[in-house]
Design a protein around this ligand. Structure first.
Ligand code: FAD
Length: 596
């Protein structure tokens, strides 16, 4: 099995042509983020992903992380890889310069994260969770806590975790029971958290846990949850490490995939209670977590993109080498590599077109968040924030669900060898399977998309999106039959989305369960539509460049052919989804729970 190769040309195209790096570069906070700098960053990241992280992927899968007492050992080579990762400054790429970060746009960091995830998903989870915890402290904690924790988390000297889940509180965090009792300037935390990614490990000397807990007099439900910083080792005022805190990993889960990522059961306060420090105000913890959730959800959607890319590379390599059967058609004759078979090509194109569509959408979403966070133009920032909020559940839900389908196709292309562990195809399918579950299941993403992101504003953000797609569709030249097909597919898709929006706003008043029953189909409908939109934009840009003699011909012609494939093979499903939603949603509600 060959190692991962970062698709740099593809990433550059999306960053520069679709997600608008040049436009970001005009914002003063990103004045250093030129195309040249992005190129250099991508090239360096690719080396680490290809030469260090990718070779450890299988070792991580086979050895897994192991618990010994309350110490977790990561697999062979991981400590050295983490050291290299930190020393090369990768943990601080998009970090706030005030705390030692490099302040690059999320857009560039997204491409770099895609590489980490393709090369080694289990490894990439550690910096991903640290980023979430760092953001929570940076945005909501008191200054003294920011100064004490954020610089060391940005530098990667310490890692961070998100301790939300408890046995009775998964999707529904209102049921959190972990207790926090005030004691002087801090709190004593007691309780158990489950499924905590990198809750314990041997990569750094300290781990900063962000923990949701409830005060003794807190109101019931989501309004009574607070957020605490609970370091593994207490931190003295001068930043040096103090005593071991009363928090321990009591077991590691045995999982289908991501074996090297330690998924810990964490026990807080087996002794006197773990010392914790309140982030922001009491009882507002869940709201603080929500501000972080978009970034984390986007990051998990990106995992779906990344594994699809890796699974595609593996399947393509296999399809070029595996000799089996004779070509279809009159020529017949000698046995051929399986890539010559039309059905194998269909599967490869399915993977290739979907990874391109998903990548484009994820990067465009990241760029929207950059504009929202840093643009001095308030209207532009507000518009971009609405767009980012709308796209995030789609990036998370659609890319993770599609990632599973694509990793499965990757296995199919391998035939029997795909089912055998040595090829690596099976690992990608096992690893990607979690992405539709953590950071909110697909059902939770779809509920967010329908409720908060679509119906709450009366479809305004969705309307803005459709108007932009309409404008881009109208600009497609129909002289070329391929573009005629792409245009027709987009016109049909936007009509399907509009019909569903009209249906949802009509039925929600009489039967609010109907939009909920349709929600995952709606998420997929928007995923395919937005993916097709980005593919159409790509094709048009390539065609314009070809016409101007400015394009790399093979790259551009391949892009147009792939966009055309997506339009005629993937996009027709929008009409089936519309029909399923409008005519089929009631069928979901017919049976009583007892009759299943
Ligand atoms: C490997 C791994 C790593 C994890 N890492 C972390 C971590 O670092 N930190 C952390 O805090 N947690 C972590 N989790 C927990 C993860 O976020 C939860 O498993 C996830 O949120 C789902 O919760 P649950 O498992 O309790 O499922 P449940 O909430 O019980 O859901 C079960 C099913 O019911 C559906 N469902 C539930 N409620 C609704 C609803 N309102 N509407 C529609 N459908 C609904 C779900 O979609 C799902 O299909 C991790 C989990 C795993 C497996």
């Amino acid at each position: 099995m060959s190692e991962y190769v970062a698709p740099i040309a593809e990433m550059k195209f999306v960053i520069e042509e679709l997600a608008g790096l040049e436009q970001l570069n005009t914002i003063s906070a990103f004045e250093e983020a030129t195309a040249e700098l992005a190129d250099a960053v991508l090239a360096e990241a690719a080396k680490l992903a290809e030469e260090v992280l990718s070779p450890l992927n299988r070792i991580g899968d086979v050895q897994g992380s192991q618990l010994d007492g309350d110490v977790v050992h990561t697999p062979e080579g991981w400590r050295e890889a983490y050291k290299t990762f930190v020393e090369s400054g990768w943990t601080s790429l998009a970090g706030n310069p005030e705390f030692g970060g490099q302040g690059l746009p999320n857009l560039v960091a997204t491409a770099v994260s895609e590489m980490w995830n393709s090369a080694n998903l289990s490894f990439a989870l550690c910096p991903m969770l640290t980023q979430g915890a760092t953001d929570a402290i940076e945005h909501h904690a008191e200054r003294k806590y920011k100064d004490l924790y954020v610089p060391k988390m940005v530098s990667g000297e310490w890692t961070g975790t998100m301790n939300l889940t408890e046995p009775q509180a998964g999707s529904d965090l209102s049921a959190v029971r972990t207790r926090a009792v005030p004691e002087g300037g801090h709190y004593r935390i007691t309780g158990q958290k489950i499924f905590i990614t990198y809750g314990e490990h041997d990569l750094t000397e300290n781990i900063i846990h962000l923990v949701l807990a409830r005060l003794p007099d807190a109101p019931e439900g989501t309004r009574g949850i607070s957020l605490f910083i609970v370091p593994k080792f207490l931190v003295n005022e001068d930043g040096s490490l103090g005593e071991r805190n009363d928090v321990r990993c009591v077991s590691l889960e045995h999982k289908l995939g991501i074996h090297a990522s330690p998924t810990a059961v964490m026990s807080f306060g087996d002794g006197d209670g773990a010392i914790g420090y309140l982030v922001g105000e009491e009882n507002r913890g869940l709201m603080y977590m929500f501000t972080m959730m978009n970034a984390a959800r986007h990051a998990v959607g990106l995992e779906g993109v990344a594994i699809t890319e890796r699974a595609y590379q593996l399947a393509l390599e296999f399809a070029r080498e595996r000799i089996q059967g004779q070509p279809v058609g009159p020529s017949g004759g000698c046995r051929v590599p399986i890539i010559e078979h039309p059905d194998v090509r269909r599967m490869l194109l399915q993977m290739k077109s979907h990874v391109e569509a998903m990548r484009a959408l994820a990067y465009v979403c990241a760029s929207a968040y950059d504009i929202a966070a840093k643009s001095p133009d308030r209207d532009a920032a507000a518009y971009a924030a609405r767009r980012g909020d709308l796209l995030t559940p789609i990036v998370k839900g659609w890319s993770s669900e599609t990632g599973i389908e694509m990793a499965s196709l990757g296995m199919q292309i391998h035939g029997g060898m795909g089912f055998i562990e040595e090829t690596g195809a099976a690992q990608y399918l096992r690893d990607v399977r979690i992405t539709t579950i953590y950071e909110g299941t697909t059902g939770i993403q779809a509920a967010d998309l329908v409720g908060r992101k679509t119906l709450r504003d009366g479809g305004a953000a969705a309307g803005e999106l459709l108007a932009e797609i309409d404008a881009d569709t109208a600009a497609l030249d129909t002289d070329d039959p391929r573009f005629k097909d792409i245009r027709a597919a987009l016109e049909r898709a936007t009509a399907d989305v509009r019909a569903v929006l009209e249906w949802m706003s009509r039925v929600q008043r009489e039967e609010p369960r109907l939009p909920a029953a349709a929600s995952v189909h709606y998420l997929k409908l928007l995923g395919v539509t937005c993916g097709g939109w980005q593919m159409a934009r790509s094709a048009k840009i390539c065609r314009d460049k070809l016409a101007a003699g400015e394009a790399e011909v093979t790259f551009s012609e391949t892009k147009i052919a792939t966009a055309h494939y997506f339009a005629v093979q993937a996009m027709p499903q929008t009409s089936a989804l519309r029909e399923t939603i409008v005519s089929g949603s009631e069928s979901v509600l017919v049976l009583d729970a007892a009759n299943f």
